[in-house]
Design a protein around this ligand. Structure first.
Ligand SMILES: [Zn+2]
Length: 591
């Protein structure tokens, strides 16, 4: 570590790096809107290569390895100088800013900094929300990120390649469009890698809602990350008011005005060429009208497609964000002629987005580890918030989420409590044969607990059972008190021939599946232990849930998944699952 001897104890924990606030097409007075991201500080190797993110600037299309981004010496406070920070400098600043903008777009070293900074910020947001370190879905502690991986309008995470890959392509005006310069695209792909680390069975073949969840969740995290930046909310308010003054008219802060000007205005400005990559979740979800039976396969068959399904989740969240922002604004009185202090309006918006983002991530711990549905996720959101904020707080986040999820036809889980939260575990369980202390960290000990309690926990004894993770979690409530939990995840797999389904589980085999075809049925649950090692919640998908299993098998059979024996191993390289998913987004979504 290059630092002054004897001052290691005072090394900073954070640093700031310049990034593009949304994408290069969002401008203020003709200039690209940039922001400074606060991220964990660390000693960096050329790349940048740090303890969790390793940027390798290799272009497989042109077989070019670009020079790595290298930071100079750290200053006396242990901080690197950000070479891309813009400092306005008097009258010449307009021309200087234009030159600075060009350097951001054209300099591959800035692109390397950009993906590093956003991936690290997204990781830090997950670790803050969950109160522990978070692993990537791919093996290893470091994920590789290639900012100019290939010449194609695509960007994706690949578990097998242990990396995130960003393409580039020629835009309509002939200029190159870099997907790595879109803030939300980088946050979206990083979220896929982190969700895969938390729930890796969500990549299994299942109902379209599971793939839709991966996409919708990645979009939610990306959009709320961007809206938690005050610079972006400011840009939205510019679009609403047409000026930048320290006051803003209250009439611009009504629900429809905010939705149409701030959210839709920003969505319209976002680079249209990048919509091929990002799928335009914001623009499309803002336009989705509430109150329709979107989940009905008969009425809205197009919403069976994973990306369109994911838009329902985004619409529910974006409208909740608006409701909570409005609730916060209603507490601020006007200061002159019906106008409000713009900086407070902006900060309240950014804070509402930040709080919702934390909730969105925390809820993953309270989701079943297999075959997720949007209803499961809604119940998880409501429950985790009740655990941390029992009285629904000053701004009624839970009420806003419940209202807006229902508006997009997403109901709480069928086996949830009357208020939509998961039911607390009230089974009489055996604790005396497992050791409290080791159950907080040891998969074998949790397995023993499950085995001893398999009857009250409803565990199918014929299935393969595996505890996949045991993770501590420490969360801070708004009252400053800490909530300690241990979250364990187990899965169950039952492999049966098609002709055994009826007798074993009461499931009718799909008509196009051969009687001897072997099928895998998944189950599993999340176990949430309180600070005394007592089970608070068992959030499970049961193997014996015939209705759910029947729907999954029927869907997969209709997709032709059982027509041929499964591939021994999915292909590696750029043709991986997310590459295909993102291409499907482009090909299947009608304008
Ligand atoms: Zn995606």
């Amino acid at each position: 570590m290059r630092n002054v001897r004897g001052t290691r104890h005072s090394l900073p924990n954070t640093r700031t790096l310049t990034a593009i606030a949304q994408d290069p097409s969002i401008k203020f007075r003709g200039k690209i809107l940039t922001t400074e991201l606060t991220i964990p500080a660390e000693d960096l190797l050329p790349g940048p290569c740090g303890y969790r993110v390793n940027v390798i600037d290799y272009d497989s299309t042109t077989n070019t390895l670009y020079d790595p981004m290298t930071y100079g010496e750290q200053d006396s406070r242990g901080k690197y100088v950000d070479p891309f920070a813009y400092k306005p400098n008097g009258r010449a600043s307009t021309a200087r800013k234009a030159r600075h903008d060009r350097s951001l777009i054209e300099n591959p070293k800035f692109h390397a900094q950009h993906v590093y900074a956003i991936a690290m910020r997204t990781l830090a947001q997950f670790e803050f929300a969950l109160g522990r370190r978070c692993a990537w879905g791919s093996d290893g502690h470091q994920i590789h990120i290639a900012p100019h991986a290939f010449a194609d309008a695509n960007a994706f995470y690949s578990r097998l390649d242990r990396g995130i890959f960003f393409g580039y392509f020629a835009g309509a005006d002939g200029k190159v469009v870099y997907t790595c310069l879109a803030h939300d695209v980088v946050a979206h792909e990083t979220t896929h890698a982190l969700l895969d680390g938390l729930r890796w069975r969500y990549m299994e073949q299942s109902m379209p809602e599971q793939a839709g969840f991966h996409e919708g969740f990645a979009d939610i995290v990306a959009l709320l990350s961007v809206f938690s930046l005050p610079d972006v909310v400011d840009a939205g308010l510019d679009l609403a008011s047409g000026e930048r003054s320290h006051l803003i008219s209250s009439s611009l802060l009504e629900a429809d005005a905010l939705k149409n000007s701030v959210l839709f205005g920003l969505a319209k400005q976002m680079g249209r060429e990048l919509s091929e990559v990002r799928g335009d979740a914001l623009r499309r979800s803002v336009k989705l009208r509430p109150g329709k039976p979107y989940m009905s396969a008969e009425r809205y068959p197009e919403f069976a497609e994973p990306h369109r399904r994911g838009e329902l989740l985004v619409a529910a969240f974006i409208n909740s964000f608006l409701d909570i922002w409005l609730a916060r604004l209603s507490k601020i009185g006007p200061i002159a002629n019906g106008k409000k202090d713009r900086s407070i309006v902006r900060d309240e918006g950014a804070q509402a987005a930040g709080h919702l983002l934390t909730m969105a991530i925390r809820a993953i711990d309270y989701c079943p580890p297999t075959d997720i549905t949007f209803s499961d996720y809604l119940s998880a959101l409501l429950t985790i918030d009740r655990e941390v904020v029992p009285d629904d707080g000053e701004y009624h986040y839970r009420a806003a989420l419940l209202k807006n999820f229902k508006a997009y036809d997403i109901q709480p889980a069928e086996d949830a409590d009357i208020d939509g939260t998961w039911k607390r575990c009230d089974e009489d369980l055996i604790y005396s044969r497992s050791h409290y202390d080791s159950m907080l960290r040891d998969k074998e000990e949790v397995f023993r607990f499950i085995w001893e309690n398999r009857k009250p926990l409803g565990i199918n004894e014929d299935s393969y059972i595996e505890v996949q993770s045991v993770r501590p979690s420490l969360r801070v409530g708004p009252d400053g008190f800490l909530l300690h939990e241990t979250v364990a995840e187990y899965i169950q797999i039952l492999t049966l021939q098609a002709n055994e389904l009826k007798a074993a589980l009461g499931i009718t085999p799909p008509s196009n599946v051969a009687p001897l075809h072997r099928l895998r049925i998944f189950g599993g649950g999340a176990l949430i232990f309180n600070e005394y090692g007592q089970l608070k919640y068992q959030i499970a998908n049961r193997i014996e849930n015939a209705k759910r299993q029947q729907a999954r098998l029927d869907w997969l059979a209709a997709q032709g998944l059982f027509d041929a024996p499964p591939e021994p191993r999915p292909p590696t390289g750029p043709q991986s699952k997310f590459a295909d998913l993102h291409r499907l987004r482009v090909e299947r979504i009608p304008e």
